[in-house]
Design a protein. Structure first.
Lengths: 225, 646
């Protein structure tokens, strides 16, 4: 059977790479006594497929993986069984059985939602030009609207200012994910800041969701076949 | 009370994300790994930082640290944490931001612990010890430490010649520490209100503890030791290494910390036995871990299953100095491999002696994914192998290789040394011939259909011989650097074009290693000079700089070859003579003479007592899972029937 899990990666988990994560989950599955199916061939690997690799440094409340089990278990038991053996940095929040014939998550998930926390300072030339007043929330929201207007065709599904309390700016974005079309949240944040006359530092990312865009709709992995 | 807990600002360090996200593998520097133990320092009567003087990726594979971490944390009154050497990128940031070296679990600075203990595995790690003390803000010299400073101790293999670090270490724990360290903790706790010297005097009473400052060392005009004398009534004339007699009941960590990052040895391990009495004359481990003490196969299986359950490792190994010598291997290994295989785990056997490696074992650990097998013939001719007492014939190795190939193994690595005592050019050339014959036999076997699969990938590693203390060769000079390089090059040339992957261990690093292996405490200043000149991570070829070390020797006014390249006199007072490892000096000398006459010495497990002196002197003996001569007994080949002493 195939079980789809949703999990969090947080706290010191943000310092573990995606490859490290593969090991963490694989070992937890083993400790939990769940019998995973393996690939065939010379170097059998456990059949655990992820929706997307999370960048090092980011936290997430919405990572997904499909696990192929050789021995069926009630999907509702999976979170408890895994959480009882996982290190605190990774927590399974939901699980459901999905069809083994469903397309791989990585092939269908093409959008990601993030909270982007950016340390900002007023850009020197913006301050001079405005005559000593640093950009305010309205200016930032205008800049955000400008970038958001590029729309889904440019990979920007949503973009809003959640908070602006200098020196911190918080944006919520939904951006295209996958291959060459990936729109990086740090890049979008930098553009918004530049348009608003702000200098952006290195942002802190928190992934809030993964989606498959179907027309205007953004479907969660639970809504897929 | 002595120790760092009263230290000002011992509060946890702050590690900003912007710092951690700019270094390589930030997970090396944070906690939260599976099975890490976090305890309240306030509730502890003693806090201990286990410091490994190398990178996290290396240190996390060190079994000794896992054992001591578990032993200490099982106590309610002790909080034990871990610290590793930060890689240069992290160190640079830490120094710039004033972040002192901290322990992972609580992020408290090392200087805030009661004790900091270093595990000494390799002489070239000594600069990292100094660097970690410096990063921690702990005075480097033991003599400079005061009431608010932690007690700095050290143990491990290299501690059996503790002298080169004598200036920097308050006390050493010699030998196997799992019983000694709790005794040290008890003595420390009982010494409340006593001053630093008083605490050390109490600790010196614990068997196995060596306090270097309690001894006075004098030298002859030519540089050799004149005298080595206790100058405190609390100090014994000799310190006996500690030995865990009953390994079966000894604690074993079945919940070791499992790293997030990929470790150098990315697997779990159960120690099946400790010690080895094959008696290879170059090998220090074969002396300092005597007698052989095996765990029962039932215990090994139980520990293995628990370890698997608590770690989820995909590979688990049976660890020892020579696992194929385990007397219960023939029955246990196949059964365990099957049982673990059913749970999705591979069983591996590192450290194999070719003469005990059988078709049965090869098949049992045969797995679809094969990393390769390693054997260490060490010398190219039977004559030289007999001289160094590595009792391995070419037939043994050929059979082992055939067994491996028949079981589907495709990669075999062979270790040899150059610069061995009595070695000639013919012996060196024979290495290439030997390897060539192996390759030819493998090829013939494939052509004749005896093995299928891909062609054998043979790799060959040639390392310079380094004479070690407490061995039959402790009096031998190391061959000169240019000659060592010449011999390595000869093997390289002779094996070129033969589809053999050749590698040579840097002879210059071996030269420095050889000086420290048999050094006296004057070398402490050399370590300091080298460290001040920027030496660190010297065990890493990308960081080791030979000239820095030569300059350090020169500035201190000492000669590398006085230590590395000088033949010791039979009656010379050696810097490690105060360390009693139990094996008699007379035996070691006799072995060195037997090397000259090419006489072999058998293994006392199966061939009867060979007179090393340990068992009668200490009232100990080998403990084997299956007695020799019993049905199903494995173990080293030798004259059966006569049982081992003890």
């Amino acid at each position: 059977m195939r079980v789809r899990i949703k999990f969090r990666k947080e706290a010191e988990g943000r310092f573990i790479s995606h490859l490290d994560l593969l090991r963490v989950v694989e070992r937890a599955v083993r400790r939990a006594g769940l019998k995973v199916a393996h690939t065939q061939g010379f170097n059998p690997r456990p059949r655990i497929l992820y929706a997307s690799a999370l960048a090092l440094g980011a936290t997430s409340e919405a990572e997904y993986a499909d696990i192929d089990l050789e021995v069926a278990v009630p999907a509702a038991d999976v979170p408890r069984r895994l959480n009882s053996v996982l290190p605190p940095a990774v927590r399974v929040t939901a699980a459901a059985e999905v069809s083994p014939r469903a397309k791989p998550l990585m092939a269908v998930v093409n959008a990601a939602e993030y909270d982007v926390l950016v340390p900002v300072t007023a850009a020197a030339d913006a301050v001079d030009a405005a005559g000593a007043a640093a950009p305010d929330r309205a200016a930032v929201e205008a800049a955000a609207r400008g970038v958001a207007a590029r729309g889904p065709a440019a990979g920007v599904f949503a973009l809003e200012v959640v908070g602006f309390c200098p020196p911190l700016l918080k944006l919520r974005v939904v951006l295209r994910l996958g291959g060459a079309g990936t729109v990086r949240p740090a890049a979008v944040a930098a553009e918004v800041c530049a348009a608003a006359g702000l200098l952006a530092g290195v942002p802190c990312l928190h992934r809030r969701g993964l989606y498959a865009a179907r027309g205007d709709e953004l479907l969660t992995p639970w809504q897929l076949g | 009370m002595e120790g760092g807990r009263g230290a000002p600002d011992a509060s946890p360090v702050s590690l900003p994300d912007d710092l951690l996200l700019t270094v390589e593998r930030p997970a090396r520097y944070v906690n939260g790994e599976l099975n890490a133990v976090r305890k309240d320092h306030g509730a502890a009567a003693a806090t201990f930082a286990l410091a490994f003087p190398d990178l996290y990726d290396v240190g996390i594979s060190h079994q000794g640290t896992h054992i001591l971490y578990d032993v200490l944390n099982q106590r309610d009154d002790v909080a034990a944490e871990r610290a590793y050497a930060p890689w240069p990128d992290m160190e640079a940031l830490m120094r710039r931001r004033g972040i002192p070296l901290y322990a992972l679990e609580s992020r408290r600075p090392l200087r805030g612990f009661d004790m900091v203990g270093f595990s000494l595995q390799y002489e070239l790690g000594y600069t990292n010890v100094l660097n970690m003390l410096d990063l921690a803000g702990i005075p480097l010299l033991a003599a400079d430490r005061g009431p608010g400073d932690p007690l700095v101790c050290a143990g491990g293999v290299s501690a059996l010649n503790p002298e080169p670090l004598a200036d920097y270490i308050d006390f050493f724990v010699l030998g196997e520490a799992e019983e000694a360290l709790p005794e040290v903790i008890d003595a420390y706790i009982a010494a409340r209100g006593v001053d630093r010297r008083g605490v050390l005097r109490r600790l010196a009473q614990v068997p196995g503890v060596y306090v270097p400052s309690f001894y006075e060392v004098t030298y002859q005009p030519d540089g050799r030791l004149l005298a080595f004398r206790p100058r405190d009534a609390a100090a014994p004339a000799r310190v006996r290494r500690r030995l865990v007699e009953d390994l079966e009941r000894a604690p074993f960590p079945v919940r070791p910390v499992v790293p997030f990052v990929e470790a150098v040895h990315d697997r779990g391990q159960v120690e099946v036995f400790r010690g080895c009495t094959r008696g290879c004359r170059f090998c220090m481990a074969g002396i300092i871990y005597r007698p052989v003490r095996e765990r029962s196969p039932e215990k090994v299986r139980q520990l293995m299953l628990e370890l698997s359950r608590h770690t989820g490792y995909e590979e688990l190994s049976l660890g020892s100095l020579s696992t194929a010598d385990y007397t219960a291997a023939a029955d246990l290994v196949p059964a365990l491999a099957r049982e673990l295989g059913a749970a999705g785990c591979n069983l591996s056997l590192p450290s194999l002696r070719a003469d005990a490696f059988s078709v049965g074992l090869a098949g049992a650990v045969s797995r679809v994914r094969k990393s390769g097998l390693t054997f260490a013939p060490e010398a190219g001719t039977e004559r030289l192998r007999r001289a160094i007492n590595k009792g391995l014939t070419e037939d043994d190795l050929m059979r082992a290789v055939e067994a491996a190939l028949a079981a589907g193994w495709e990669r075999i690595k062979l270790y040899f040394m150059v610069g061995l005592p009595t070695e000639t050019e013919a012996d060196v050339e024979a290495i290439a011939d030997f390897v060539g014959r192996i390759g030819a036999a493998a090829k013939a076997g494939r052509q004749e259909g005896r093995f299928s699969g891909r062609p054998l990938r043979l790799s060959l590693s040639v390392a310079p011989f380094v004479p070690k203390p407490h061995t039959a060769f402790q009096w031998e000079p190391q061959l000169g650097l240019s000659e060592l390089c010449a011999r390595q090059d000869a093997v390289r040339r002779l094996t070129r074009g033969g589809r053999v992957e050749f590698s040579a261990h840097d002879a210059r690093a071996s030269h420095i290693e050889a000086a420290f292996a048999r050094g006296d405490r004057r070398l402490g200043r050399v370590v300091h000079e080298a460290w001040r000149a920027g030496a660190k991570f010297d065990a890493w070829s990308e960081h080791f700089r030979y000239q820095v070390w030569l300059d350090a020797f020169s500035r201190v006014g000492l000669d590398v070859d006085f230590y590395a390249g000088r033949r010791r006199e039979r009656e010379e007072l050696l810097p490690w003579d105060h360390v009693d490892v139990g094996v008699s000096r007379e035996f070691l000398w006799a072995e060195s003479q037997r090397a000259l006459s090419g006489e072999a010495t058998p293994d006392c497990r199966t061939a009867g007592c060979t007179g090393c002196g340990l068992c009668p002197a200490w009232d100990v003996g080998p403990r084997l899972a299956v007695p020799p001569g019993a049905p199903g007994a494995g173990g080293p080949p030798g004259a059966a029937g006569q049982s081992a002493c003890g």
